[in-house]
Structure formats: C-alpha cells, structure tokens
Design a protein around this ligand. Structure first.
Ligand code: 13P
Ligand code: SF4
Length: 347
C-alpha cells in the first residue's frame, strides 16, 4: 500500500471514530474503538467511491448499524423521512439499507429507478402480519371505514388502503380523516395507542385493528420500566408507539424515532432510558454527548442484516444484483395511499 493510500485510510478511520467513538457497540457493550474504525475504513472508502462512480445514493434507517448510518449513508432517517427522501433523490440507483417494505416504498415512488435492498430478503414481523387477501376482505367487509395502513406493510396490502401512515404522522392523519370508523393494519399495539390518543384529543372514532406486532418493540414490559426506574430514578422513559400500550402509558415521551430524537434534544433532563431499537440509541448518543442513555437493549435482527459487505456487493454488481420490483398495477394503487399520506402529513 502506498503512503498516500495509508494516509487516506487513516484519515477515514479518524472521521469514523469521531462519530462511532461515542456510541455503544451492542455486540461488546463497550464503545466502538479506533481499531474497529481502522478495520472498516477501507470498506467505507471503497463504497463511497463506487457510489459516486455508479450514480448511486444510499438511504439508511436509523436501526442499521452505525458503520452504515454514519459511514456510507447519504441520508439517514425514520420511515417517514426515508419515504420522502426516496421520492426526491436524483440518482439512478437507490441502495436502501432497511427492510423489504421500505425498499418497496422507495420503488413505488420511483418506478423508473433501480432500487436495491442489500440483504435482499430482510423482512419485518409487522409487514408479515397481514397479506393482500386479508386486506381485500377488510376493504370489502367495512365499506364505511377508512382502511389505514402503517407503512410497515407490503405494497400488495397498501394497494387496498386509503391512506398510509408512519409513527410520525399517524395520530394527526387518523384524527383528520372524515370517517367515524377506521380499520388500522397491521400494528395491534399502535392501534391501541391510536385509540388512547384519540380519546385524549376528545375525538370519537371506532378503531378496529388486524395484524400483528413488532417483534422488537412488543417485548418491552412494565417490569422493564420499573427496573430501570429503580436503578435510575431520574431517567426519563422514552418509547416507540410500537411498544405495548402499558409501556407507552408509563413513558415520559412515546413517539416516532424522529420524535424521540427531538424530545431528547429539547429536554433539560440528563438521563434517558430508551425503549426502542439499539440503532436509535447510537444516534441519541452521538447527538447528545452530555446526556446519559440507558438502553433497554433490543435489536432488530433484520435491520442488522444490512452490512458494509453486502452494500459493497451491490455496488460492485449493479447490473446483476437483484432489484426490488413491484408490479405496475400494484405500484399505482399503493402509490395512492402513500401520496395521500404525503398530502395529509403536509410536511
Ligand atoms: P419509524 O422509523 O417510523 O419510527 O418506525 C420504526 C420502525 O420500527 C421501523 O421499522
Ligand atoms: Fe419491523 Fe420491528 Fe424490525 Fe421495525 S423494528 S423493521 S417494525 S421488526
């Protein structure tokens, strides 16, 4: 290796360490080391070079590992921000570091672009919670209702829905719908949180729900909160609305990934217990160096299937790598529910 190349790798390692060095490595429990950053620097450099060469953009959900989110992603975000960003990118090739329904959404809003999901089959227990046949039955069975789908659903399910929502806009969109009856799929816990929020707002609607739960957030319990409160009585509890209602009820703040980030930033508190995926803890650590976080550690194994190696694999074989495809008919119908979300979310 030439001196020049060695210096370039060292400078990339230092860039990575500035960010990753403050973050918890959930595999070891310690912080990411400079040695670790040195070991991944050749890969992140190669990916960032190839990205420019091949007219590619990398979008990454906060739940991916920090080497992806802070090493190679051009844009990071929660589900809503990434869906919006996917609709605005100029590059021909979109590499989506997330799970399948997210990459499908990027394809639906960009039918003429190539969309790649590096782990190809990375799934989600929520999106698996309802299929198109069940969605069709709900649509036919509740003709007066608005069929509202959480973005964590397949394109085939979205095709039957009136409007799609994410955790960052669900309450406002459901509140604004004219229908008195809402059929919400597929997050059963989110549905409970919607009912509670509508009650709090004094809005009368019947919310029926079908589907499943997030296999990461559904494991949190009231006991977890009690334990963390007894160990860290001053910690604010923050949670995601995919958690059980009992957990959200006891939280100081319950909201979307972006919502948690802004709550912590704006809070005077110094300690926080985080009832959400490990990836968000890493971003909180980076953005709030003076605050302390107590992760109640839960990992989305599917999100963690995005690796520097499989991102590089896609970039090196753009012509042959499997692309995310959605049939034209399904994409056109699903896009209506996504566009309705963009219109109703208004930002
Ligand atoms: P948000 O990104 O909308 O907060 O949702 C979290 C999640 O579980 C994504 O799969
Ligand atoms: Fe799906 Fe839950 Fe993983 Fe998000 S965290 S991708 S909702 S399984």
């Amino acid at each position: 290796m030439s001196d020049l190349e060695a210096a370039r790798i060292e400078s990339e390692a230092q860039r990575l360490f500035k960010k990753l060095g403050v973050m918890t490595d959930f595999k070891t429990g310690g912080k990411y080391s400079l040695e670790h950053c040195r070991s991944i620097a050749p890969l992140t450099l190669k990916i960032n070079d190839l990205k420019r060469e091949k007219d590619a953009v990398i979008l990454a959900h906060y739940y991916c590992t920090p080497d992806i989110v802070y090493g190679v992603a051009d844009f990071k975000g929660d589900s809503y921000a990434l869906a919006k960003k996917a609709a605005q990118t100029g590059q021909k090739n979109i590499i989506f570091c997330g799970v399948y329904f997210m990459a499908q959404t990027a394809k639906i809003v960009n039918p003429d672009k190539n969309v790649f999901l590096p782990p190809v089959t990375a799934g989600c227990s929520l999106a698996d919670g309802i299929d198109a046949e069940e969605a069709a039955k709900l649509k036919a069975g509740y003709p007066q209702a608005a069929l509202v789908c959480y973005i964590n659903s397949t394109a085939e399910v979205k095709a039957f829905c009136d409007v799609c929502v994410t955790s960052s806009n669900v309450y406002d969109i459901v509140s604004a719908l004219p229908n008195k009856q809402i059929v919400f799929v597929p997050d059963l816990f989110m549905a409970e949180n919607i009912r509670a929020e509508l009650k709090r707002r004094g809005i009368e609607k019947e919310v029926l729900s079908f589907g499943s739960t997030c296999c990461v957030h559904d494991k949190y319990t009231v006991r977890d909160i009690e334990e963390i409160k007894s160990a860290h009585p001053n910690a604010k509890i923050i949670s995601h609305p995919e958690c059980p209602r009992s957990v959200c009820e006891m939280s100081d703040y319950c909201g979307s990934t972006a919502g948690m980030l802004s709550y912590v930033k704006g809070s005077d508190a110094e300690e926080f217990a985080v009832f959400s995926e490990d990836g968000i803890v890493n971003s909180l650590e980076l953005e709030n160096p003076s605050k302390t976080f107590y992760p109640v550690s839960r990992t989305c194994a599917q999100m963690k299937r995005n690796t520097l190696n499989n991102v590089l694999g896609v970039l090196e074989n753009l012509d042959k790598a499997p692309r995310v495809e959605v049939s034209r008919d399904i994409a056109l119908k699903a896009k209506i529910s996504i566009d309705n979300m963009f219109k109703m979310a208004g930002k």
